[in-house]
Design a protein around this ligand. Structure first.
Ligand code: KG4
Ligand code: ZN
Length: 331
């Protein structure tokens, strides 16, 4: 069975063809980052219009790359939330058209659950139970995954997401949007102990908070107008990574889970990929990060997640499926 996956929840247009066994035949990602860079962040209306323009072309190209025809599709899976409502509407409407035109089931997928399926695509042999850390531009959530399809949110950020905290800080120091990858690069050349910054909520519970860190950086910059950017980036990133690592290890130990699975755009970060396995290893916990192109938003994870839903429930969604910008995982 070939599953067509569609992702348009934010500023990446992505279309993938994934086989029922998890083989990725194509996974094309078109980033709108350049389009939004001039505004310093994603402009929803601009994003919607660009998805509308690129999605049909990308779908043709994904089929062509995979060597699969429209008539060979078995299902269409699409992110139906959470995300920006306009961009979600574009993806869901297109998926409905494919479902009707090709007479295949329509599968609305939760974007956060889809991020977890990046792990399944990368490490199919490493099954749940595990603790999932979803760290992206819009979300930072700790999820207990008892089995595929069974999710319980055990902690999340109370304000900014980890990626958002990096992007906002990056904007402050003139790195443009999105700043995460640039901070990653600069931090590799800096001293993470150069600037002392807070680790909000570090000692308590499983919830996180990153807004205060950004404010602390604002105040620090007022007093230190001349600074070494690499050192500052390394110090700021270290605070984010410290919190993510500490909370993940704490959650895994509390829930008696032996594995930590890290997904979402921030999972691409090199410092996190160094620090978390080290801290987890000290507690005899193992960690898994998918390859970078499966960490950031992509449609292969959406297809894999939709396929699992279809197998578990034996049916798709009705054509009345609506996108839900505020969709959550169960708590
Ligand atoms: O998962 P994703 O592609 O989109 C959302 O669902 O939000 O995550 C995007 C976020 C952005 O905040 C971006 O700055 C961050 O992931 N990001 C990174 C890196 N690559 C992307 N953050 C730190 N280091 C990276 N290498
Ligand atoms: Zn995402």
């Amino acid at each position: 069975m070939n599953i067509l996956g569609i992702e348009t929840s934010c500023d990446e247009t992505s279309v993938a063809i994934v086989r029922h066994n998890g083989a990725i035949l194509s996974n094309l990602i078109y980033s709108q980052a350049k389009l939004h860079a001039q505004f310093g962040g994603v402009v929803p209306e601009v994003a919607s219009r660009d998805h509308l323009k690129k999605l049909p072309l990308l779908a043709q190209q994904a089929l062509h790359t995979a060597g699969v025809g429209w008539s060979e599709l078995g299902a269409v899976a699409v992110t139906s939330g959470p995300g920006l409502i306009g961009p979600l509407l574009v993806g869901v409407s297109y998926a409905k058209g494919v479902s009707w035109g090709c007479d295949v089931p329509l599968l609305g997928v939760n974007h956060l659950a889809a991020h977890l399926f990046a792990h399944r695509l990368a490490y199919p042999q490493v099954e749940p139970p595990f603790l999932g850390l979803i760290a992206s531009g819009g979300h930072t959530t700790l999820v207990q995954v008892a089995e595929w399809g069974s999710y319980r949110t055990v902690g999340s950020t109370r304000d900014d997401a980890a990626g958002e905290a990096l992007d906002k800080f990056g904007r402050l120091v003139g790195l443009g949007y999105p700043a995460g990858p640039k901070i990653d690069e600069l931090a590799a050349r800096g001293n993470p102990r150069a600037v002392s910054l807070p680790r909000p909520l570090l000692e308590t519970g499983l919830d996180m908070s990153f807004a205060g860190l950004k404010t602390a950086a604002v105040y620090w910059l007022r007093v230190h107008p001349h600074f070494d950017l690499a050192d500052l980036c390394a110090s700021y990133l270290e605070a984010v990574v410290d919190v993510l690592a500490e909370k993940s290890v704490r959650a895994a130990r509390l829930l008696e889970l032996e594995r930590i699975v890290v997904v979402g755009g921030v999972a691409a970060n090199r410092r996190l990929r160094d620090v978390l396995p080290e801290r987890a290893g000290e507690r005899a916990l193992s960690t898994y990060f998918p390859p970078v192109d499966l960490c950031t938003d992509n449609a292969a994870m959406v297809a894999a997640c939709g396929h699992h839903r279809f197998i578990a429930q034996g049916r798709g969604d009705p054509p009345t499926l609506r996108p839900d910008a505020g969709m959550r995982l169960p708590s």
